[in-house]
Design a protein around this ligand. Sequence first.
Ligand SMILES: [Zn+2]
Length: 592
Amino acid sequence: MHRPDPHSYYDAAQPKARRLRLKLGVDFAAKRIDGEVVLEFGSAITGPLDLDTKGLEIHSVQVPGHGPIPWELGEADAILGSRLRLDMPQGAQEVTITYRTGADAMALQWLEPEQTEGKVSPYLFSQCQQIHARTMVPCQDTPNVRVAYQAEVNVPEGLTAVMSAGPTGDEALGNGRHVYRFTMPQPIPSYLLALAVGRLESRDLSPRARVWAEPETVAAATWEFAGVEDMILKAEGLFGAYPWDRYDMLVLPPSFPYGGMENPRMTFLTPTLLAGDRSLVDVVAHELAHSWTGNLVTNASMEHFWLNEGFTVWAERRILRILHGDDATALGWAMGQKALEDSLERFKSQPKLTLLRMHLEGIDPDDAFSSIPYEKGARLVAALEREVGEDRFLRFIREYMDAFRFTSITTEQFCAFVAAKLPGALEAVNAKAYLDKPGLPDTAPEFRSVQLDTITVLADSWVDGGRPSAHQIASWKPAELQVFLQKLPRNLSQADCAWLDERFQLMGRGNYEILVEWLTLAAAADYEPAFPRLREVLLRVGRMKYLRPLYGALGRHARTRALARELFAAASPGYHGLSRRVVQSVLETYPD
Ligand SMILES: [Zn+2]
């Protein structure tokens, strides 16, 4: 037995599934999916086969020509769930499992109509990363295994289903139900399985890109993401032809716990990106870049998550630089630096979680999630790029994509490849310090620009009375204002808050990065005029990136702690399970 992924029962001595055939019946009343999955192996197999499940009710397990076969569901582990062991008969090429999802399947969020923009129909979306596909489908839930899939999704008439796959048709069943069919010919890791069902409309953005959203938001989404084809072209210039045929996007309801999720052919996005001024489309650049870094070349397990995210942050800023220039990119790196410092502070008593090469046996990958694999990882990639030069590094990236397309790799495989292609580079940048030592190495690359330096000096002078001039205030773009706010001291007075709000009109901002940075400062200052807006944001938005700092800042004062507890009690039924866990962990750090 060899279990290469600490977060899966997958046994490398056993055969890998090659393809899944799914039938998913979506039951909004019961908040369950009645599922059937066929795992195809592509050749005859035999003997024990271990699958991951969590909270699933297994109804039957059959092999064509053999009928029902023996199976055993192991004890439930809090992180991994239950091992489903099948005993495959001689010559079996596939196995069919019928099952039902559990009441608290982490992959699935079931929204009441009131939690959607339209408020008329329920909504379902999935989020399988990090290890939640097993709450939706019994499978080898590890990136070590890649599967193509086809699916039939049965939903109430009037609702539309989308998946991380190409649509191949739909039909009304005449009984109030409608079937949507999909196929994903390219092999993907299980965490990229994705499904959403709701009242959806779409608009074409280019011959290969489309945006989906509720009818109430589709026009705003179309405008916000109109530039996506240009981004795809720039990304192709860097990394080669787009490998997934279509690039569609789905704007989800506000409880979506992430900024974006790179589900292939159908990126999932938070509606907080709809700033109205296209100022937050860097998240789209990030999810698009995952089409190569992450989805095409994938981390072998969450212990190597930096291979997905570090490369993608680097790629995102490479795309940003081509589109918006060096100054905008330096601001992007500065925002990342702030996120990195916040995460290093959060894990200061768990330095193990600040390594890039993580050791996660017995650790829930959602608890290890932070900006570190993103930003520390991106700094290692940038250090390698600086060491060998941009042209050589871009050639290297193309070689890397070619060598590992549609495979899942470890940090060790990456290092061996770099050693072969860029001899001496790992030693020159002291890669070991990034991979195996806590914190950020002193030698990590810095990203500066005159504009960023000006903002930094100004923010640093705040305590001595330094304030931006009316001219600066009028000329700043959203990213400059965001970085300025991020660099301000965390303990502003109420008078400081009043000054900032008056000069920058912060309370009414539609750019959530600015709004949340401002509300974080205001919450930490116990600044009462911001409470109504705080209430509004925390009751509406479930994006973890925003909940963590806001609830954290509310912990400073007795009055704001009471407000936080009251808001969490009211908001938590509407939060995703992942978001709820994050807020609970923050509230546990409150005194009293
Ligand atoms: Zn990412």
